[in-house]
Design a protein around this ligand. Structure first.
Ligand SMILES: *[C@@H]1O[C@H](CO)[C@@H](O)[C@H](O)[C@H]1NC(C)=O
Length: 151
């Protein structure tokens, strides 16, 4: 759209990219691999593609990026249905923990290389964990140190 002139460079510079990764890659992986065999070895390739996207945004002239941390996989409906939706499965959260760590490392390195680009992480993992603990009030969530836009 930029190359065709539909979106101007000026508009790109003024815009914020909302980059949402919720786990479709992992669902697709699960469809091909019974019991998610080898999923933790697959996580770095997803994180690396996300890093590649950050670099692609930079090359396009984007100056503001907001990227989501993945929410806890062990709290997905598919997983919690096994226990009547009463609790998340901590051992199923391993991919989320690894995924979020790797993309946080990539974002940290990216920000060091490109201090002119504002990158904020939206912590879906923390948001969902707080809401599962009964923190439904917006005030609770806003007061939480690690939530929302992190610079
Ligand atoms: C949690 O997940 C692990 C790994 O998939 C599984 O072996 C275990 O049975 C699950 N626990 C519950 C309570 O569903």
């Amino acid at each position: 759209m930029i190359e065709s002139g539909f979106l101007s460079k000026d508009l790109i510079v003024e815009s914020m990219v909302l980059f949402v990764v919720c786990g479709n890659e992992y669902t697709a992986y699960g469809d091909k691999h019974p019991n998610d065999e080898g999923i933790l070895d697959f996580v770095p390739s997803v994180a690396s593609k996300i890093d590649g996207s950050l670099k692609a945004f930079q090359a396009l002239g984007v100056k503001k990026i907001s990227i989501t941390k993945m929410l806890a996989y062990g709290c997905y409906r598919k997983i919690t249905s096994k226990v009547n939706y009463i609790s998340c499965n901590a051992s199923e959260n391993a991919r989320t923990i690894l995924h979020n760590k790797l993309i946080t490392d990539y974002v940290t390195a990216f920000k060091e290389l490109h201090p002119d680009i504002e990158v904020m992480m939206l912590d879906f993992q923390q948001a969902f964990e707080l809401s599962f603990q009964g923190h439904y009030d917006t005030d609770d969530l806003l007061l939480s140190d690690n939530l929302g836009f992190q610079r």
